[in-house]
Design a binder for this molecule. Structure first.
Ligand SMILES: *Cc1c(COP(=O)(O)O)cnc(C)c1O
Length: 447
């Protein structure tokens, strides 16, 4: 697999280097220089494949012979040990449940694969004595800014992996109680920094660290945000899975709706479409953080500070994967508009949707999924489209957001045991201000 930097197309690398490195040297994101087209036989056989078999085909197509087939299959089968069930909510509208992994959010797919790819890559480079520019010897420090779900998925994916330390930055007071427990109770090689600021501050701190040459010389550092290509690629897998699970007659006109924050999840879907998956339309569902919907409307991209909403994992004012989407469509907003519609959903409408869907269909959704469901309803009305099959990506288990939805549902949401376990543990975190020098001092304290 060949990748180029979104900042300069002449800067190139391979998959494992990109995975270990995170961000390119010039601060750009790594982007595949082309996407493979999957063979007609793959699509013919898709409905009969289980998740890991499908995943193995797709990842093989992405990565090619850079990882020997049997090694890649091992990584894939080790990472994807849970499925993405498709649940019918109402006529022609489905939820693709992406929360059956260990931390109950879709990020488990990307994080688990990335953790395994990073360990594998580090070992290969050590054997070959061929290290990417950032890979100093010593522990690899994985920095991750999280608005809630990324941190726990990454922490879980990397927990106890030798030679790796994970440092999570999260905005103090802006993640749910259960999310905070997931971030701060793992211990071992996982540390949590509680930043007195917003998610955008956390993301900016991480970006600054990668541009700090002095730090990069002293520490082996990589990023686990959706800017990491190894996290992004697996996020196309469940779009294939959804199609294979649909009744045949409902695959004709297919609309996917992705609740979006940093736009990594929807980028996975856009990749899947370019690889040949027959998807008619994408709906990017945003909460009040409407940078992307405004961009599609006005043609001008203007980053904004993020605002807090009930769907906190989508509180992003400057979506990091925007650069990749632009490249995917060669900078043509017209081309993007042809495939992607975007809606911004108000907080009240989100909570109202949680209540309505539960009342009408007995289905309890997390606030992020509700933003997606509300966007589908708005789409159906505005575009007068009742015929298409719509699949909403259910991005997290509703119990992760009990304090948001229980007050409006007026009843408790059942908590799966793998979440309840975290709630019983004790929080350990270090508080810092959103000032880069404080992050740097923390990172260098044991060096
Ligand atoms: C991360 C997250 C999102 C947003 O996904 P992006 O890839 O950042 O667009 C949506 N919902 C949940 C529950 C999340 O954890």
């Amino acid at each position: 697999m060949r990748l180029y930097s979104t900042h300069s197309s002449s800067l190139r690398t391979t998959f494992l280097h990109a995975a270990v490195q995170g961000l390119a040297d010039d601060g750009g994101l790594w982007m595949p220089d082309h996407l493979p087209t999957l063979a007609p036989e793959f699509f013919r056989d898709l409905p009969d494949m289980d998740f890991p078999t499908m995943a193995n085909h797709v990842m093989q197509a992405f990565i090619g012979d850079e990882i020997p087939a049997k090694d890649l299959e091992h990584l894939v089968r080790d990472a994807f040990t849970f499925d993405a069930p498709l649940v019918k909510i109402t006529d022609r509208t489905y939820a693709l449940e992406l929360f059956h992994g260990p931390t109950c959010a879709f990020k488990d797919f990307g994080a688990r694969f990335m953790a395994r790819a990073l360990s594998y890559g580090r070992n290969q480079f050590a054997l070959a004595n061929n290290t990417p520019s950032n890979a100093q010897s010593g522990d690899l420090h994985v920095l991750v800014a999280t608005s809630g779900d990324t941190g726990s998925a990454v922490a879980h994916g990397f927990w106890n992996v030798p030679g790796i330390r994970v440092i999570i930055l999260y905005p103090k007071g802006k993640v749910s109680e259960l999310q905070e427990k997931q971030l701060t109770t793992m211990g071992g090689n996982i540390a949590a920094l509680e930043v007195e600021g917003t998610f955008d501050d956390c993301q900016a701190l991480v970006k600054t660290a990668f541009q700090d040459n002095d730090l990069m010389q002293r520490l082996a550092l990589t990023s686990a945000n959706s800017i990491n290509i190894a996290r992004l690629l697996p996020q196309s897998l469940y779009y294939f899975r959804a199609v294979s699970l649909l009744p045949k007659e409902e695959r004709e006109r297919l609309v996917f709706c992705t609740p979006s924050g940093n736009f990594g999840n929807i980028t996975g879907g856009l990749f899947a479409k370019q690889m040949g998956l027959p998807i008619t339309r994408f709906i990017a569902a945003s909460n009040r953080n409407d940078t992307f919907p405004l961009y599609l409307q006005s043609g001008v991209y203007t980053a904004k500070p993020s605002v807090a909403t009930p769907s906190n994992a989508m509180d992003v004012g400057n979506p990091s994967n925007f650069a990749r989407i632009e490249k995917l469509y060669n900078g043509s907003i017209e081309a993007i508009r042809k495939e992607v519609l975007a809606y911004s959903i108000a907080d009240e409408a989100t909570l109202e949707t949680v209540v309505q869907v539960e009342k009408a269909h007995g289905y309890v959704m997390c606030p992020h999924t509700a933003v997606g469901y509300a966007a589908v309803e708005q789409y159906r009305t505005e575009q007068n489209d009742r015929e298409s099959t719509a699949i909403v990506l259910a991005t997290a288990h509703p119990a992760k957001f009990g304090e948001v939805i229980e007050p409006v549902l007026h009843k408790p949401v059942a908590v799966p045991e793998r979440l309840a376990e975290y709630a019983r543990k004790t929080k350990h975190s270090t508080v810092i201000s959103p000032v880069y020098e404080q992050l740097k001092a923390y990172l260098l304290k044991d060096v």
